[in-house]
Design a protein around this ligand. Structure first.
Ligand code: ADP
Length: 381
């Protein structure tokens, strides 16, 4: 293989056909990169991908067959068949991020060990095998119990602040992480190409919806000191370099009330905390991901305009075919960019899309974002 970029023969495959894959396709068109997607029929990419293969990203044969004729294979979700990726790597397909990185990240316990061994700051933790072992650690309360594997978007995370909370605890291998009194949650996206060049996006700030454990608002840039900004970017660059990873890495941080910065977790792919870069920055995270995995120079990450991103979640109490109530009203406002992910069915808190608001003044963008949030609702027919 090894076709040239821009040639119609240059094929990039993506495991996973969700919204991240969909936004990657949008950017790939500009570079004439032919994107191939593997996922089940009906996923957000299935209607827009020029090459969509119906299959299971966790199945060895499906992944192997899908990947064997590609120039580059990447992911938009970590939960994929690792053995097939190792085999493809052996056969000469460029698998970015590399399987060893994905394997590490699939396990929150291994992630934590990686931070500690390499002196990256992270909250104290214990590893346990099941609920009985968790219950032996009541002295460790308050802690956050996290499934070592399989959790995503806050599913697989429980805050345990009292002994009675243990009733809802997971009976599975978990990380028990000391509860951090949070000032802010920050995120940095960093890219690295095969030449070892790294480039970081400016730090953003994420505000969570406590009920859904999902990001409600994202602010770019983050309102933090230049010391925290530089430290977070340096840590993110050191992590991607230490991993020897090629691709895009999102590094989520906790900033504690006492001013300490802790690495929470990392994701080796485009990330929810980088959606605002599509309109807000010179290079979007999706373009940067393609640049990094296709051997291209990395693009400038500078902010063009401050921005706020809102996740468009399915409204509580509605389940069925999605209707975007209020979308006409928000489209009358300047600088408001909706992205609908093409998911036919809504349910409470399902990520149905996102909206980015750009403005010269971040405070004004925040005001508009609140108005947008009150105006639009994803309900069902
Ligand atoms: P996921 O992988 O599902 O996103 P996270 O580990 O990032 O799970 O946890 C989800 C959210 O739970 C975090 O963004 C944060 O708001 C809260 N959280 C997680 N760990 C801690 C902690 N140690 N202290 C305080 N809050 C936490």
């Amino acid at each position: 293989m090894n076709h040239n970029i821009g040639s119609p023969k240059f094929k990039v495959g993506v495991l996973g056909g969700g919204q991240l894959g969909r936004m990657l396709i949008q950017e790939a068109i500009n570079f004439n990169i032919d994107i191939h997607i593997l996922d089940v029929e009906g996923s957000p990419c299935s209607l827009v991908a020029s090459h969509f293969k119906n299959g299971n990203i966790k199945d060895f044969e499906d992944v192997l067959n899908f990947g064997k004729d590609l120039d580059v294979l990447t992911i938009e979700i970590e939960n994929v068949n690792i053995e097939a990726l190792y085999e493809l790597e052996k056969r000469g397909v460029k698998v970015f991020p590399q399987p060893k990185v994905i394997e590490l990240i699939q396990d929150k316990g291994k992630q934590k060990e990686f931070y500690v061994v390499n002196n990256f700051p992270t909250a104290p933790y214990l590893l346990v095998n099941d609920l009985a072992e968790t219950e032996l650690n009541i002295d460790y309360i308050p802690f956050v119990q996290k499934l070592r594997t399989g959790g995503y978007d806050g599913k697989g995370v429980q805050t345990i602040t009292s002994i009675s909370d243990l009733e809802k605890g997971f009976d599975a291998p978990c990380v028990l992480e000391k509860f951090v009194d949070l000032e802010k949650e920050l995120s940095v996206i960093v890219a690295r190409n095969e030449n070892g060049e790294t480039m970081s996006f400016p730090v953003v700030e994420q505000e969570f919806n406590n009920e859904a454990n999902l990001v409600e608002f994202l602010f770019s840039p983050a309102d933090i000191s230049s010391t925290i900004e530089e430290t977070a970017q340096e840590i993110a660059k050191s992590i991607i370099t230490k991993l020897d990873m090629v691709g895009l890495l999102a590094v989520e941080f906790f900033l504690s009330k006492t001013g300490e910065l802790f690495v929470n977790e990392i994701a080796p792919r485009p990330h929810n905390s980088g959606h605002q870069t599509i309109e807000g920055n010179i290079t979007s995270q999706f373009e940067q991901h393609l640049r990094s995995i296709c051997g291209l120079p990395l693009g400038s990450t500078s902010i063009i305009k401050p921005s706020v991103m809102i996740n468009l979640l399915g409204a509580k109490g509605y389940e069925g075919a999605a209707v975007y109530k209020g979308i006409h009203d928000i489209l009358r406002i300047d600088g408001v960019y909706p992205h609908l992910y093409g998911k036919e069915m809504t349910k409470p808190f399902r990520k149905m899309g996102h909206i980015t608001i750009v403005h010269n003044n971040l405070d004004k963008a925040k005001e508009i974002a609140h108005l947008v949030k009150e105006t639009i609702q994803v309900i069902s027919e």
